[in-house]
Design a protein. Structure first.
Length: 350
């Protein structure tokens, strides 16, 4: 089966869809799928810093580059399926609609799949973005989403069906033996950018409420948080190599992830794989991931609920049950084999 993939790929990526792209390409090779890539990666300052202000000139150059690559790919091969990844930004969703329209014209027999790597209702913020999302759906594409909230949004706003597909994990990261569960919660861990939108202020407040717990935060610290008074119980580790992140997860008692916006968090998935009991907020795929006893979900920004969750997690029995359920879900649902089976089904549908 031949697949055309439109997705960002870049060297030394620290996260986002580019990391997914590398994992997907490796999984396709193992599955015997032939993939041609149209690289949609950012250029200029946004290549170095994804939160940098968008440059109109860079975006024009980037778009021309993408469409030249797409033209060459469509001219050179016939594909069974075309897979477009989008993060749902206003400029990006317009570009992805134009790509999908071109593909439909040039290879109408190819199965066209669009995967939304975001929490759609949180990312579609402008009338223009919503308009072009509707135009994209009207092309008859098959929609893949990261979470049930995004699926409900497409159904409610556009009457469009979709399928929730998780991200996948390197199977080597999944613990084979149960995690040793300590008698008390002494260490909590977080990984991600230490900034307000990731819930850093809530973690600082939790540290003040639980002075006996060390809150260890891995990741670059934003300028907004450098101006905050850091509680004594918070240790800022800075960016860590991935092996050290996994080691921190193995040594921690709980994972605290109070983010305000997410798609499908790789960090949360890895904590589950290591059997680290987690509490997370009800954004993106968090509620889906931690359902059925795999963790505790709280409303974003609700520090009282987070504190109650930590109190609940003080029970060794509760943490043990969550740890085992989370490891089991990761091994059954989040491996490359499990996710690639879903993609293969979507690529083959008429």
């Amino acid at each position: 089966m031949r697949i055309l993939l439109a997705s960002p790929r870049q060297e030394n990526s620290n996260g986002g869809i580019a990391v997914w792209t590398e994992s997907y390409l490796a999984a396709c090779e193992s599955a015997g799928l032939e993939v041609t890539l149209v690289n949609t990666a950012a250029i200029g300052k946004r290549l170095e810093n994804g939160s940098a202000r968008r440059s109109p000139l860079d975006e024009i150059v980037r778009t021309r580059k993408i469409f030249r690559s797409l033209k060459a790919a469509l001219k050179g091969e016939r594909y069974d399926a075309v897979h477009i990844n989008t993060s749902c930004g206003t400029f990006g969703i317009i570009r992805d609609y134009l790509m999908a329209k071109r593909i439909k014209k040039k290879q109408p027999e190819a199965r066209l799949v669009v995967q939304y790597h975001c929490d759609i209702p949180a990312q579609i913020r402008t009338p223009r973005a919503k308009k072009y999302l509707g135009k994209l759906l009207a092309l008859g594409v098959r929609s893949l989403v990261l979470c049930s909230g995004s699926a409900e949004y497409l159904r409610r706003e556009f009457g469009a069906d979709s399928r929730a597909v998780p991200n996948f994990i390197n199977e080597d990261y999944i613990r084979r033996d149960p995690k040793e569960i300590s008698g008390a919660v002494r260490r909590a861990f977080f990984v991600g950018r230490v900034q307000p939108s990731k819930g850093a202020r809530e973690i600082y407040e939790l540290s003040r409420r639980f002075p006996d717990i060390e809150f260890r935060l891995a990741g670059a610290v934003s300028s907004a948080m450098t101006e905050e008074e850091k509680p004594e119980g918070v240790t800022l580790l800075g960016p860590l190599p991935h092996a050290d992140v996994l080691r921190e997860m193995d040594e921690a008692d709980i994972f605290v992830f109070p983010s305000h916006t997410e798609g499908f968090s790789v960090a949360l998935m890895e904590s589950m794989a290591r059997g680290l009991p987690a509490l997370a907020t009800d954004v993106g795929a968090g509620a889906d991931m931690l359902s059925d006893g795999c963790g505790i979900i709280v409303q974003k920004g609700d520090v009282d609920a987070m504190a109650a969750a930590i109190t609940e997690l003080s029970s060794q029995a509760v943490r043990s049950a969550i740890s085992n359920a989370a490891r089991r879900r990761t091994a059954e649902e989040y491996t490359a084999d499990a996710v690639m089976r879903i993609f293969s089904e979507e690529y083959k549908k008429p």
